[in-house]
Design a binder for this molecule. Structure first.
Ligand code: IPE
Ligand code: IPE
Ligand code: MG
Length: 255
């Protein structure tokens, strides 16, 4: 992954936006509908958002579809959520392929039903040559599990004589499932909750955080426009100092 600059004022929009798509259940409950309906509307919101993203100069979108903790939901809901992968890929893969979108699924394959693994493999293989836009879907993904898997890969490489120690940040980053994607500029969470829920823990180190009150099934272009505007008003310092702070420092010392 390219090294991040010491600081940057993001006059341009974010290149990589990551979204915790939350609030499907509350959207359905507010309408007296079953949760499955909220998840189904959530897929429509995902399609709208993927289509809108390039209009803002976004090159990569990473969305959280199913966390390693979501297995603790009732079996019928887990099954509904698995079903969404089937319906999303069945209804949108041709368009994604045509529009130059590369699909990549982040997370552990183990534990997923065999037909879902086959669908994921097919979606990745069919779009592997695309380079206009990268859509990363975190599915059976946990940030901690991803870091553990990256460390484990390194241990195995050392034991096999393919790598040497000690482990450094760059090497660990190359073992993560997001390796090769641009640095995450902003992590968005809908539904008003303000936590990461085990999403992109490593990649979040210097990402901007944006919390929006909209429930995910209502999301689309307007939500992204708000994210881009908020992002442009942030001052990304990466631990360094921006020009105005440096100018103010001597005055403070003198006073
Ligand atoms: C997000 O909506 C979708 C997934 C977690 C897969 P939720 O199902 O978490 O909806 P709320 O948070 O209960 O409203
Ligand atoms: C995070 O949302 C997971 C996804 C959006 C896929 P959750 O709804 O599962 O998170 P918590 O339980 O509110 O932390
Ligand atoms: Mg939720």
């Amino acid at each position: 992954m390219p090294a991040e600059p010491p600081h940057s004022a993001p006059t341009d929009g974010p290149r990589h936006v990551a979204v915790i798509m939350d609030g499907n259940g509350r959207w359905a409950a507010a309408r007296g509908l079953p949760r499955a309906m909220g998840h189904r509307e959530g897929v429509k919101a995902l399609k709208r958002t993927v289509q809108a993203a390039p209009r803002f100069g976004i090159r990569c979108l990473t969305v959280f579809g199913f966390s390693t903790e979501n297995w603790s939901r009732p079996p019928e809901e887990v099954s509904d959520l698995m079903g969404l992968v089937r319906s999303y890929v069945a209804s949108d893969l041709r368009r994604l392929e045509r529009e130059g979108v590369r699909v990549r699924v982040l997370g552990r394959r183990t534990g997923l039903p065999a037909d879902i693994v086959a669908i994921i493999d097919h979606a990745e293989a069919t779009t592997a040559h695309n380079d206009k836009f990268l859509l990363q879907v975190a599915f059976n993904y946990g940030g901690r599990a991803d870091i553990v898997d990256a460390a484990q890969r390194h241990i195995e490489a050392v034991l096999a004589g393919r790598a040497t120690g000690p482990l450094d940040e760059e090497t660990l980053g190359l073992g993560l499932s997001t390796a090769g994607s641009p640095p995450v500029d902003v992590i968005v969470r809908t539904s008003g909750e303000q936590r990461l829920s085990n999403f992109l823990l490593w990649e979040a180190a210097y990402a901007e955080l944006v919390y929006q009150n909209v429930l995910w099934p209502d999301y689309g272009e307007d939500g992204l426009a708000d994210v881009v505007e908020q992002y442009r008003n942030r001052d990304r310092r990466f631990g360094g100092r921006t020009a105005p702070v440096e100018a103010a420092a001597p005055a403070l010392a003198a006073g």
